[in-house]
Structure formats: C-alpha cells, structure tokens
Write a protein that binds this ligand. Structure first.
Ligand code: MRU
Length: 377
C-alpha cells in the first residue's frame, strides 16, 4: 500500500489517509478507520480498540463498501485475538453486523480459519496468524483493484472504441472502499489517467449520499471531470444521449450472476438496457458467493426509515443509540421503505469485471469459471 501512496504523490495527487489501518499503540493494537460519515467536511480518524466499537463503525457506515468491509472483518478477528477477547464470539458479531456484502463474512472467515489452524500452537501464534491473514487480504485487495482497473479499461476501449467516455456511476467504489483504488471508480480513474474520460456522472445516491459525499470527494481529489446529479435525473441524462457506459460495484454476486449493489443500481440497469448502453459491474471475485444460487436468495439489508424521513450528515443521523437527529423532511411518524441494496438480474448486466478478467455475457457457468481462474491469478 505504501507504494500506492508514493505513486499518487509522484503524480501530484493529494495524500490520502488510509481508509483503514492497523496500529500497534502503547495501549495495545487498534484498528484505525477514516470515519466516512464525516466526509467530505472532515477527515477524521476513528480508533477501534475492541470489536464492539468496530461493529458500531460498520453499522453506522463509518467503514463501508464491500471490499473494505471484508478487510475490516478480518482485522476485527485479529483485534479480538490480539487483545485476548473471545475470538469465536467476535467473529460471529462481526459477521452479522451487515448482511448483504458477502465480503464481510468472507474476511471474517478467512482470519478465523487462520486463527483456528494456529490455535494449537498457543494464543500468541494464533493471533499472529489472524493478523497475517488480514494483512494478506488487504494486500490482495489492492492487487485485485489494480487488475480490475486494467481489465475494465480494456473492456471500455473494446465496447467504446471512439474513446472519450462519459461514464455514469452510483454509490462509492473508490479507494475509500478498498485496499487499493477501488472497483468501478478505479476503472474510471484509469480512463482519466489514459486521457479517455470525458466526464464522470456521479449519482448522489440517496439516502446516505455516498455519491455526493464520497465519490465526488474522490473525483475532485483525483482531478477527474465530474458532475453530480440527483438519482432521479439519470433517466433524462440517458434520454439526452449523454451516457456511454454505466460502471458500478457490487456487494454480492450470486452464482447465476445476479448482482446486489446499492439501491438504485437496478433502475440504472433497466435504463441502460432501454438506451442500449453497456451496464458494467466491477468487483473482486471475493464478492462472488457461489453458495447463493440466485438473486432471490440474497438478503437485502433494510435500514432505519429515519434515514429517509430526515436529512442530515450521516454522523448526525446515526448518532449513538440508533438513528436520531437531522432535519425532518416528512411528517412525523411517516413510514419509510429503506432497503440499502437492490438486485439486478444477470440479463441486464453487460459484463462483470474481476481481477481474473471480464465476463460477458454473464452466465452461471462463466461465474464459476471466474472463481476457478481467480485462484490462478
Ligand atoms: O451501504 P454501503 O455504502 O456499504 O454500500 C456500498 C455499495 O453499495 C458499493 O457500491 C459496493 O459495496 C461496491 S464497493 C466496491
């Protein structure tokens, strides 16, 4: 990761506070997070000295995005082990803290497996094994991110040979959610660096504004030409012929190629199909869950209606003790429907780009093959 920062500095890009880091403090190890609920106004770090604090940070979206949730889960297990806490219970708590992004369960299991395998040698070697597993996942995610950027840019160039791409994206998929430069955003960044990005259209991504607060923050820092739009302005943008491709990430990809991602992704896929625009999903193979047969089996997180009926910076909406605060934008007591994700069926997805290559068309057989190939990368 240090190399990534050095490269960014050399390119004249701003220094970035890591989204997540492990620190050996005098009081013991801690997991330090860049608190994403405070962005873009404040770059504030949040120190988690134990697993309940990390679980709270996951639930309130201080740390978020599928790949980073996996990394956080793995470091959480390492934290419990290093601090002599109940590792099995910690793993269970972490794994249940958010249900949709399969990376979280994957990261927790990976560190827990390493811990269990080394447990016979004593608690210190077992804790070291869990930490080594977390560090390995962190580095692998950075490597996967770089590969996805390469495969994604090659695919864009193949689908849109005239270059000068106008890309629409949803939610936040950059360095804030990754050990590297992200998933879909990393592809847009690669296009920008290659001089082939005309514009990044950024959906604001209601209700918690991951697009406005986080993607716009990353696009501004990276020097990309970007424009923010409300989610419901996307239709008229397609109708005006202003979108050449949609690039999004994923929280879980089922065995049949169904894609769960931030709510609002499915309507974009429908729009893209109608307007004959490629709809491209970029995700590491750690986001593929072969145990989930299809989209109907993906558990979609339902969040507090307060996030819809009130407007405020997320750290105010998700204050201690549950959702509270903010300015009401609906009559008191209004019921709200607030799924955090939706599911796009494979027939609406033009391609899935992973570190092991791109898959198009998206089929169950192709998904299984990607998983096999990822073990050889
Ligand atoms: O609720 P969030 O902010 O964790 O949702 C994140 C997303 O939906 C991202 O698009 C997804 O995790 C892909 S990030 C590479």
């Amino acid at each position: 990761m240090a190399d990534q920062y050095a490269q960014n500095q050399a390119r004249g890009e701003p220094r970035r506070i890591p989204s997540l880091r492990w620190e050996e403090s005098p009081e013991g190890p801690i997991v330090v997070l860049l608190d994403q609920t405070r962005l873009p106004a404040d770059e504030v770090e949040l120190s988690c000295t134990d697993v309940p604090a990390l679980v709270q940070a996951i639930k309130t979206l201080a740390v978020r995005g599928a790949p980073l949730l996996g990394i956080a889960g793995a470091y959480g297990v390492a934290l419990a082990a290093a601090r002599g806490q109940d590792v099995e219970e910690a793993a269970s708590l972490l794994g249940r803290s958010r249900p949709t992004a399969v990376n979280l369960a994957y990261g927790v299991r990976r560190a827990l497996d390493a811990y269990r395998t080394a447990a016979g040698k004593g608690s210190a070697p077992a804790a070291q094994a869990a930490l080594a597993a977390a560090r390995e996942l962190h580095q692998q995610d950075a490597d996967a991110s770089a590969r996805m950027a390469g495969h994604g840019l090659a695919l864009l160039d193949e689908l849109l040979p005239e270059g000068n791409h106008r890309i629409l994206t949803h939610c936040n998929t950059g360095a804030l959610v990754s050990g590297g430069e992200g998933t879909a955003f990393a592809v847009a960044l690669a296009a920008h660096r290659a001089g082939r990005l005309r514009r990044l259209w950024v959906d604001e991504t209601r209700p918690l504004l991951q697009g406005a607060r986080l993607t716009a923050y990353e696009a501004a820092r990276g020097g990309l030409a970007y424009t923010l739009l409300t989610d419901n302005a996307a239709g008229s943008l397609f109708a005006a012929g202003e979108v050449d491709a949609v690039l999004i990430g994923a929280d879980r990809i089922a065995a049949d190629g169904s894609v769960a991602n931030k709510v609002g992704s499915y309507p974009l896929a429908v729009l893209a199909k109608y307007h004959h625009v490629p709809f491209i999903v970029v995700a590491p193979t750690t986001t593929i869950d072969l145990d989930t047969a299809d989209g109907a089996m993906i558990e979609v997180e339902q969040r507090s209606g307060h996030e819809v009926t009130y407007v405020a910076a997320p750290h105010l909406l998700t204050a201690e003790g549950g959702a509270s605060g903010g300015v009401p934008v609906a009559p008191l007591g209004t019921p709200a429907y607030n799924p955090a994700f939706d599911v796009t069926p494979p027939e609406l997805v033009t391609a899935i780009v992973t570190e092991a290559g791109a898959l198009s068309p998206v089929t169950g057989g192709g998904i299984a093959e990607l998983c096999v190939r990822s073990r050889q990368v």
